[in-house]
Design a binder for this molecule. Sequence first.
Ligand code: NAP
Length: 247
Amino acid sequence: MNQKKKTALVTGASRGIGAATAIQLAQDGFFVLINYTSNESKAQEVLDQIRAAGGSGELCGFDVSNPNLVDEKLDGVAKTHGPLDVLVNNAGVTIDSLLIRMKNEDLDRTLDVDLKGAIYCTRAAAKQMMRARSGSIIQISSVVGESGNAGQSAYSAAKAGLIGFSKSVAKELASRHVRVNVITPGFIGTDMTAALTEAQKEAILRSVPMSVFGSAEDVAALAAFLASPGSRYITGQVIGVNGGMYM
Ligand code: NAP
């Protein structure tokens, strides 16, 4: 019998953790919507890789920090593919600075993308999933949302906010069989962390009991589990992928 594939939207899937998650979900049989904001050629490379491996998906570019665009795009997705089965809120930016030097526009951008963007996407997806009485929403927060980090107060506020938001929404949606869980990655080797100096990387490694950095695939593996029926009784949880950096 030709069963329709389940649909997963991964925000910020053109690179890093989002790209690895999109590739893993496609391998697990999902039709994957690959979101990006500016880097269409990188997103296309991810789609090409998925198709070359026998998977399926399409590009779905939009800025998660634009609430009208988010509603419009997710409505369009539902009309074409039916209700979303999985949403991975992964899109994120880091604009680091010490508090006393923090610029208003950097604070706004960080909260707009990392916190409000995830809220807008969750709200739009939740409407579809509640009607379908099924769905899994996976938030990519950060270890610094749990532990704090000097120089990352805006980013930490956004990522901690995402945890509180997700626990509340998990309670609201549980009776409709829509699950909401949070992944808190530690130090993962991607473009986001490539900008750190060797001295900064060495300092971070000293705080990681496993003494190695994680990979985007380490995070993708947990996201894939949280998207799968094996996690059907797990909701409202915050799960670290951090080599023991925060316990
Ligand atoms: P990355 O390599 O810098 O990639 C960021 C992704 O987000 C790109 O696909 C980018 O799209 C997309 N994006 C940025 N702003 C967007 C917007 N407004 N709308 C839609 N997409 C947007 O990042 P990463 O390291 O893989 O991180 C992914 C997530 O994990 C982030 O939420 C980050 O905070 C979190 N995280 C990362 C680490 C780490 O060590 N790397 C640790 C903890 C948490 P374009 O390519 O189009 O720009």
